[in-house]
Design a protein around this ligand. Sequence first.
Ligand code: ATP
Ligand code: MG
Length: 446
Amino acid sequence: MAYLTKAPRGTADILPDESYKLRFIEKTVSDAAALFGFKEIRTPVFEHTELFQRGIGDTTDVVQKEMYTFEDNGKRSVTLRPEGTAGAARAFLEHGLFNEPLPQKYYYLTSCYRYEKPQSGRLREFHQFGVESFGTDSPAQDAEIISLAKHIFDFFDLNGITLEINSIGCPECRGNFQKALRDYFDARKDELCETCLGRLERNPMRILDCKSPVCSEIAKGAPKVLDYLCEECETHFKAVQKYLRAMDIDFTVNPTIVRGLDYYTKTVFEFVSSSLGAQSTVCGGGRYDGLVSELGGNSTPACGFGMGLERLKMILEAEQKSFPEDERPDIYIAPANADYSFEAMRQAELLRRDGIYALTDVSGRSLKAQMKFADKKKALFTLVLGEDEIKTGKAKVKNMDTGETSEVDLGALSEKFTSLLTAHRICGASESGVISNLTLLDGGKK
Ligand code: ATP
Ligand code: MG
């Protein structure tokens, strides 16, 4: 039955030949977050459905069509998180983190769930690196999170990533803009899709985000939000741009960006990659000053972004960046036959206690088959344990790259082997994979 042997559509298994790449990406982005003082937060994979309805907004695509919502056995409606911001804001409130020094800056690496049509760069279970800052309305904070995302793309030395920014104002100036939009779309309402007709009354700004070709064509001529900003929003937006310029961060102002979630105010931004196909946005974010009060807290300005890890990995692969090789076993200890298996296990155990990556036979293979296996695993060294070795207490360690052998004392294997390994790492660094991340990433191009 296919149900038993096929994962649900839109999900992806991450197998060992790929997981090391994601681990590298995850380490890189979390190290970058740490440089900016963002601390890790982990929130539950499911939340009360109301949190997302309230937080993300009833008129958004995410809430209307994309959520994995179900009733649990206690008859409560719960939803798998479609994004990370609402959960972080809930935790900020629930734990009184507003009493801590502000801004509170969090980052997360998390899975998200959206019932979307699976295609390249669009999954039903995907992963995000996200950051959120709660408690400051300064444009410096908007610019700082943008610079964090930029820092990550620069670290990976990506080409063709552009930053587009916009301001969608605050509830005050947005009122006038919504009115102008409603008038504009009302005049062409016969042409709008069914969903947008519904949006016309409740949230006409959402029409600007519609993916249908007809609606997006009509949207091109719609009033531009930047013409409606109040003085405060305009000053804020100008200051964000000034900070970006001060940090040498290139950007273009794109007045059509509105983002897909209702909680945004003022700054919104997207990083777009020319190496991705149709799903070209790798990172999207902005300011959401209204979210915390929408959830029942005191008014708390905030901003953040979400970066799709699958999309980031796709760009790295499209641009042929190399990842640090998955770690090779330091040593493979091969018992010549089953009689020596106990000693092999003991020696491997002793080495591991000293932090050495050691493999030995756990399948009862012949010596020949073991050597083949060690080769496939790309073990740096091998050691055979047989009658002679046990009798004399001495064995030969073979460097699998050079074929060189060295004699070691089995009574103090770890000590001798550690010095062999250190020498190998210093001389043969490029083979053993012990190079700084940056050099490796350049490796693809040089
Ligand atoms: P899109 O326009 O691509 O649908 P979005 O506006 O819905 O994106 P956000 O909610 O802002 O996206 O999420 C932030 C980032 O998460 C996106 O820029 C993208 O990189 C990633 N992302 C969003 N939805 C998916 C998905 N279904 N599959 C893979 N990655 C996704
Ligand atoms: Mg989307």
